[in-house]
Write a protein that binds this ligand. Structure first.
Ligand code: KG4
Ligand code: ZN
Length: 394
């Protein structure tokens, strides 16, 4: 089965085509046929975070060029020989709010024919609603033009699945499922989410812990700003922290809190940690050496909290597999600490991480979830499909 994936929930516009076969299990195999992504991070940098209307505009501008690129890579860009007879709703109606996208798509559909695709998987939440709508309307338009069904995908499930099936690199020819056992515990850490999710079987999820204020990625981004670093802040803070460790710089008396570390609940809180960093940097020029120390202590504090809570939840729910996903799972230090904690576990605990290039948002994870939904005939109704910014797992 061939699935076109579309992702526009935040500041990455992404389109891909994957081919997959087999049920969720040892028979499952998949590969990437074409993949294209544009990150808007630089554009949002001056706002210190994602600016929804700018994201929406950029998605609308990027989608057709990305589709063209992904299909061309997959050898699916065929010159059109037929004119399309649209079903009940016309393109103009579907894309009335995205005139630029509409104009580009009209050109595209007169130039190129229907590719060999079985379904279109699109993120419908969680995320920024104006941004989500662009991807959804685009999927609806393609579905109408090509007469192909749509699958509505939860972005967070994408972050879980990519860790279960992603090889070291997306350039691998064919990938399959990694070996692991249910129940599993997923630690989802991104710019908008910090959640511990229990899954006892494929496709079923229960959120057992979540942040009460800032998400981890958001905390990294805010601390980066306080330290005068760029956006997205995660990689920048991490780079500084690694440099401090490499140089073996002493931390002196610098300590930051580990919020909610000793509480029974599996919830998190990161805004106090960010405020503690603010107090350290306020009113004074921080020398470079201290900035490195603060970045390192911040990353240490985050890793301590994430690892301790995850391991505690693992025992509580009798799980043996930890899946880490979301943009912050690209963080090498957090991965290392989680791996070390798993090794110390009495039971042989397994840690599943995403390929580094697919830790942050992408369309491949969306297409993968779409494939498993398509196997179960779980298609969306194009008429009623709507964005849900607060979509939950489970
Ligand atoms: O999953 P993602 O791409 O988008 C959302 O769905 O939010 O996650 C983006 C977040 C940003 O906050 C970014 O700073 C963070 O992931 N991030 C990192 C690293 N790479 C990205 N945080 C810490 N260390 C990293 N290496
Ligand atoms: Zn994400």
């Amino acid at each position: 089965m061939r699935i076109l994936g579309i992702e526009t929930s935040c500041d990455e516009t992404a389109v891909c085509l994957i081919e997959a076969r087999g049920e969720f299990g040892p028979s499952f195999e998949w590969k990437v046929l074409g993949n294209a992504l544009i990150s808007q991070a630089k554009l949002h940098a001056e706002f210190g975070g994602v600016f929804p209307n700018l994201a929406k505009r950029e998605h609308a501008k990027n989608l057709v060029p990305l589709l063209t690129h992904a299909l061309s890579e997959a050898n699916e860009l065929r010159k059109s020989s037929t004119s399309y007879k649209l079903r009940a709703t016309s393109l103009d109606e579907l894309l009335s709010r995205e005139p630029e996208l509409l104009a580009q798509l009209k050109v595209f559909t007169t130039k190129y024919g229907r590719p060999s695709i079985d379904a279109i998987a699109v993120t419908y939440g969680p995320g920024l609603e104006p941004a989500l709508w662009v991807g959804i309307n685009f999927a609806k338009a393609l579905s109408a033009v090509w007469n192909i069904p749509i699958i509505a995908v939860n972005h967070m499930e994408g972050h879980i699945i990519i860790s279960m099936v992603g090889n070291e690199s997306i350039k691998s020819q064919v990938s399959s499922i990694k070996e692991f056992e249910y129940p599993l515990l997923a630690l989802l850490i991104s710019g908008g989410h910090t959640e511990l999710v229990l899954s006892k079987e494929f496709g079923r999820y229960e959120v057992v812990g979540q942040t009460r204020d800032d998400a981890v990625g958001e905390a990294f981004d805010k601390v980066a700003r306080l330290l005068g670093l760029g956006y997205p802040g995660g990689p920048e803070v991490s780079r500084l922290a690694a440099e401090s460790r490499r140089q073996g710089l002493p931390l002196h008396t610098l300590t930051l809190p580990r919020p909610m570390l000793h509480e029974d609940s599996f919830d998190f809180s990161f805004s106090g940690l960010k405020t503690a960093v603010r107090r350290l940097v306020e009113d004074k020029q921080v020398p470079d050496e201290d900035r490195m120390g603060i970045a390192r202590e911040f990353e240490d504090a985050v890793a301590d909290v994430l690892v301790t809570k995850t391991m505690r939840a693992l025992e509580e729910y009798g799980a043996n597999t930890v899946v880490v996903g979301g943009g912050v799972s690209a963080n090498e230090y957090i991965r290392k600490q989680l791996g070390a904690a798993c090794q110390l576990q009495a039971t042989s605990c397994k840690l599943l991480v995403p390929p580094p290039e697919l830790a942050t948002d992408n369309a491949i994870m969306i297409a993968l979830v779409g494939y498993f939904r398509a196997l179960k005939n779980e298609f969306a109704d194009s008429e009623t499909l709507a964005a849900n910014g607060n979509l939950k797992l489970g």
